[in-house]
Every structure is written in C-alpha cells, then in structure tokens.
Design a protein around this ligand. Structure first.
Ligand SMILES: Cc1cc2nc3c(=O)[nH]c(=O)nc-3n(C[C@H](O)[C@H](O)[C@H](O)COP(=O)(O)O)c2cc1C
Length: 309
C-alpha cells in the first residue's frame, strides 16, 4: 500500500503552473476551483484536460457542465489561487470577469482557454474533464508556478539568478538534512558554508560545490534565498537554499550538522548570516520562502513562494 503522503510529495516534484477552472450554468451561477492537473492533450482537434476531485463542492456543477474555461494564473494572482482553492461561497464576488463560450474568464491572467466539454471520464477519486478549445487568449503576464507545495514566480527567480551571476562576492548556502543545518565550526565560531562561485557544473576548486564535495558532502540546490552585502563588504553575497543528499565528512573537517533547535546564535559572527538563518527558520515553518535583496541592516524580501492552502 502506497503511503498517500509520499505520493503527494513525489507528485509535488513535478513543477506545474496554476489554473482556475471556471464554469457558469443556465441560471447564471458561476463556479470555479484551483487546479494544477491541467494538461494539453491534442492539437487537432484541440483538446485539454483537467482532473477534478469527487470531494470538491463544485464536482456536480462541473460534471453537468457542457463548457468550462481554463484560466492560467499570472504571478500576481496567488490570492486568486487561494480563493479558488477555498470553500468560500461566492468566489467571484470581488472579481472582474467576462464571459466567453459561456464560461467566466478572469482578468489579469497569463492565458485562458474557453472549452466545450468534449468528454468526461470517471477515474479513481477524480473525474477527468476533457475540453475542446473554442476560444483562447494570452498576455505578457508571467505565469505563477507551483512546486513541492509552494508557489513561486519565474521572474523573481530569474532576476535573482541574473544578479547572482553578476555578483563577484561570495556564494553560500543554507543546506538542510533531517532538521539539521550545515555549519562550519572553526575556533569556537560558526558560519554557513561559502565559496567563490556555486560551481554546479564546472570544476572550480574554490566553488561552494567543490569545497563541499571535497569534504564528502553532496548537496542539491533549490532556490536563491538571499542576495545581501556582507558586513562592510561592497560585494554581494548570494546564498542559496538546498538539501544535503549525502553527508560523509571526516570528524575533523569542520563541517557539522546542527539541529535547527540548537543553532549557536552567539557564535555565528556574521550578522548577515544570523539574519538570514533567522528568516530561514521562520519561513521554513510557514513553508513560505522569499528572496532577500539588500544588506543585513536593511533591504526587502521579495516573496518567492507562499505555502499553498
Ligand atoms: C495549487 C493547487 C492546485 C490544485 N489542483 C487541483 C486539481 O488539479 N484538482 C482538484 O480537484 N483540486 C485541486 N486543488 C484543490 C481544489 O482547488 C480545492 O479542493 C477547492 O476547494 C475546490 O473547490 P470547491 O470545493 O469549491 O469545488 C488544488 C489546489 C491548489 C492550491
């Protein structure tokens, strides 16, 4: 028997966009739900599909509908995703919509496809709604992404990565393994691991990847976490967050795994790293990660990912 939690986590590794599926019945009643199970099926004829849980309160409405629309959410529409993933009564009350081929089309999306219901397939605890695309539209708005239970936006990630390439300062990482953070202990002080570049692909002796690899530590990087100037340093430091995939370091390497509940705050000398770790631990419990751009003294957290409803 498969563990449902493991199944969810594994499926969450598949990066998707976020859509809101909408419909309207003859009485003018509008229904909608958030979905990331949207998939293109065929070009000729133009078919798409989405899977709807039989537990959804809109299940009956969509099972009976002969049309529906797929609204591909843009990066500014996390609130709309949360709204349509909720059980709120009238989800459309505060929204501006138009109607195409009988279905509500939301404003400000990256794209939309108005469909006639082509086929419905009962499948496990979901129904597959296959739609024939009757009309469509798209905009320049960057799409909203969904990965591992978190929202994220490609634009901010892109900007952060571009900035990290321009930065000539240090590259560091907050790497986690089973509730422990990787730190370096030297003469009674602690710091996050750093290198001169990330060096993910090319061999560079002073890159973060090579330094860790040499110490017997393999990591996988998730996202940029912070771009901040080190105290008194004009160069930007770029910190990634990621996970430790293998930890086989000699006892005298200086690398230690410290439980997140007993971080030696007073022994971490860099204010920048202390601030960053504090934010990391806070955002970690909320499943909400952002990118910090600035210095330890001041800057802005650009929201990168918000825990899903
Ligand atoms: C990002 C995201 C993706 C989702 N994808 C689906 C999906 O593909 N199919 C589905 O049935 N529910 C999906 N859900 C959950 C529904 O949106 C949620 O159950 C909602 O309450 C359904 O609305 P309703 O009960 O008013 O019908 C998703 C939720 C989120 C946040």
């Amino acid at each position: 028997m498969l563990d449902p939690a493991e199944l969810r986590k594994t499926l969450g590794c598949f990066l998707t966009g976020v859509t809101v599926i909408t419909t309207q019945n003859a009485a003018g009643e509008r229904r909608g739900f958030t979905a990331n199970s949207f998939t293109s099926v065929s070009l000729t004829p133009p078919l798409v599909l989405v899977c709807l849980s039989e537990k959804a309160s809109s299940f009956e409405a969509f099972s009976e509908a002969d049309h529906f629309a797929v609204n591909v959410l843009s990066e500014n529409q996390k609130d709309i995703s949360a709204l349509f993933a909720s059980k709120q009564q009238d989800k459309f009350a505060s929204l501006t919509t138009s109607t195409t081929a009988g279905s509500p089309i939301l404003e400000g999306t990256s794209a939309w496809l108005a469909c006639s219901t082509h086929q419905k397939v009962d499948c496990g605890d979901h129904i597959i709604l296959i739609g024939k695309v009757e009309a469509l539209g798209r905009s320049d708005a960057a799409p909203l992404g969904f990965y591992s239970g978190n929202y994220f936006t490609f634009r901010q990630e892109r900007e952060a990565i571009d900035a990290s390439h321009e930065a000539s300062g240090i590259v560091g990482g907050i790497f986690e393994k089973d509730g422990n953070i990787l730190l370096i202990r030297r003469d009674g002080t602690y710091s996050l691991p750093t290198g001169q570049t990330l060096g993910e692909k090319n061999f560079e002796p002073k890159s973060l990847f090579e330094i860790l690899k040499k110490a017997g530590i393999d990591v996988s990087v998730d996202f940029v976490f912070s771009i901040a100037h080190e105290d008194g340093d004009h160069r930007a430091g770029v910190y990634y967050r990621g996970r430790i995939t293998s930890f086989a370091t000699p006892a005298d390497s200086g690398f230690v795994l410290v439980p997140i509940t007993s971080i030696p705050w007073d022994a971490i000398k860099s204010l920048n790293q202390r601030t960053m770790l504090t934010r990391y631990l806070r955002e970690r419990t909320e499943s909400r990660f952002g990118i910090y751009v600035g210095t330890a003294a001041g800057g802005a957290i650009k929201s990168l990912a918000v825990g899903a409803a």
